[in-house]
Design a protein around this ligand. Structure first.
Ligand SMILES: [Zn+2]
Length: 365
């Protein structure tokens, strides 16, 4: 349909959603496209609608010209109300032309879903996401009067200014080692072979397990932070990008730091907790929190150091987290400044998106 719309576009004509819909009806009668009749018409129509949205966004100059998804990692099918039935008593989901699905449900669904999306991941696992319309309950959070500075890292997920450390889960570290080995094995297989196909699936499954473990620990971390503290100070991620060191652990860690920040921001907004991002202009790792002495250099390999002036012992990350808290509090007290970036308008809209997607319950099968 994208090809058809592109041809029409190049000829100065416009093929609209209705046009593509009519084309689909014709295609279904073509023996070559008989498979289109094997599935419910709803996901097909939804795909056409998405294409329409992509074109509307393109004409409104909000996005680039719609492109073919060559290396799409996830396949999905979206079912609207007319194409599924959900029995709340038995928690059974029936999809048009597919029948009853065997599901493992993450939590009970007590409201009638509006949309159901089936997703297939590269590992071969299928997920069903359900959209429910729920009124957001008012927050009942009691103010704690506590503030915290956070330093994100590679060896630990995060270090807090109160010396608390959140280590990487052990199983995650083990799986990272497994992943390196599995990827090496994949590289040795021949292209197009059955072995390669199987190994690709294994690598994908490991990637998913690692992502699951990380997401779980980040959810636990962000929830506990928002419950405990009224004000959270973080380092701004952008400057971290200047460190050019592209190994597996590094990139995994950077991706999850960004995710952790988004989770914290979204949960903080819902709970009325403030999040302040600190521009990393200050030598937060190199400055002594006790006397303010700044070291000339502090290699990444040094985890602990002693201040030459006050002889105070410092854990590298705890010291950095304390500095983040101190800088954050100074800047907030001055009524904000160029060096602290408060959650921007752009972030606020992203948070709304996060809140929206959080309404989806993931149900795995
Ligand atoms: Zn010192």
């Amino acid at each position: 349909m994208l090809a058809a719309r592109t041809v029409a576009f190049q000829r100065g004509k416009c093929l609209t959603y209705i046009g593509t819909s009519a084309k689909l009806t014709v295609l279904k009668k073509d023996p070559e496209f008989a498979f289109l009749n094997d599935v419910s018409c709803v996901p097909l129509q939804q795909t056409l609608r998405r294409l329409q949205t992509a074109f509307v966004n393109f004409f409104a100059k909000r996005s680039a010209y719609p492109a073919f998804k060559k290396n799409k990692t996830r396949d999905s099918a979206e079912y609207t109300r007319s194409a599924f039935r959900f029995n709340r008593a038995s928690q059974r989901l029936t999809l048009a032309k597919l029948g009853v699905l065997h599901l493992r449900i993450s939590r009970r669904v007590e409201i009638d879903p509006t949309t159901v999306t089936v997703t297939r991941h590269p590992s071969g696992r299928y997920y069903v996401s359900i959209v429910l319309e729920v009124a957001t309950p008012p927050t009942k959070r009691v103010k704690t009067g506590q503030s915290i500075g956070i330093d994100f890292g590679i060896t630990r997920v995060a270090t807090l200014s109160n010396s608390e450390t959140i280590p990487n889960p052990r199983h995650l570290l083990q799986r990272t080692a497994l992943l390196v080995r599995a990827q090496r094995r994949l590289a040795r297989t021949e292209k197009g072979s059955n072995r390669r196909r199987r190994q690709t699936c294994r690598v994908a499954r490991l990637h998913e397990k690692i992502a699951d473990a990380r997401r779980d620990s980040l959810h636990k971390l962000s929830t506990s932070l928002v419950q405990q503290f009224d004000c959270i100070y973080l380092e701004d991620l952008h400057l971290r990008g200047l460190v050019q060191n592209h190994n597996l652990a590094r990139s995994l860690s950077d991706a999850s730091i960004g995710r952790a920040i988004r989770m914290i921001e979204a949960k903080a907004e819902a709970a009325g907790v403030s999040v302040v991002k600190i521009d990393r202009w200050c030598p937060s790792s190199k400055q002594c929190t006790a006397c303010g002495h700044v070291l000339d250099a502090l290699p990444l390999s040094v985890r602990r150091w002693t201040c030459p002036r006050c002889h105070g012992e410092h854990d590298r990350d705890v010291n950095a987290a304390k500095n983040i808290l101190a800088v954050g509090q100074t800047v907030t007290a001055r009524g904000g400044g160029i060096r602290a970036v408060r959650t921007s308008v752009r972030n606020a809209s992203r948070q709304r998106n996060v809140n929206h997607t959080r309404k989806k319950h993931a149900i795995s099968s």
